[in-house]
Design a protein. Structure first.
Length: 131
């Protein structure tokens, strides 16, 4: 959207991220970052880690228990990998509380998505046990 490009232009001229406050803009910025050579993998001469971290934190902090599963389903349906990863991070951090409250909604997710969440939970538990 126009607002995303305006946010990026302001950032490119000032390297200030404080004006980027909309979680949807943040998800869009994270999504286009690889194409604009803003990720660490692109080995840019300028680090944009501050921008990407700010955007991820802003998007993550906008998620609530009430919206997490709905956002996950929307990201899955839209094949938005960036949004899906941000929401999955929230769900993994709050899994027990979410399942206790929203178990019936969780079981209504597409099986592939439910299995993906379950696999990440299992891997997270295995990794934390091995530490």
């Amino acid at each position: 959207t126009t607002n995303v490009w305006e946010c990026l232009l302001k950032y490119f001229y000032s390297f200030d991220v404080s004006h980027i406050t909309d979680p949807n803009d943040c998800l869009a910025i994270i999504s286009v970052a690889p194409y604009l050579l803003l990720t660490n993998e692109t080995k840019s001469s300028i680090s944009h880690t501050k921008l990407l971290k700010h955007c991820e934190d802003t998007a993550y902090n906008s998620i609530t228990d009430d919206t997490a599963l709905e956002l996950l389903l929307a990201a899955h349906k839209n094949e938005d990998k960036v949004a899906k990863e941000v929401v999955l991070k929230y769900i993994l951090a709050n899994y027990v509380k979410l399942i206790e409250t929203y178990e019936s909604e969780f079981t209504k997710l597409p099986k592939s998505l439910m299995f993906s969440v379950m696999n990440k939970i299992i891997l997270q538990n295995i990794n934390s046990t091995n530490k």
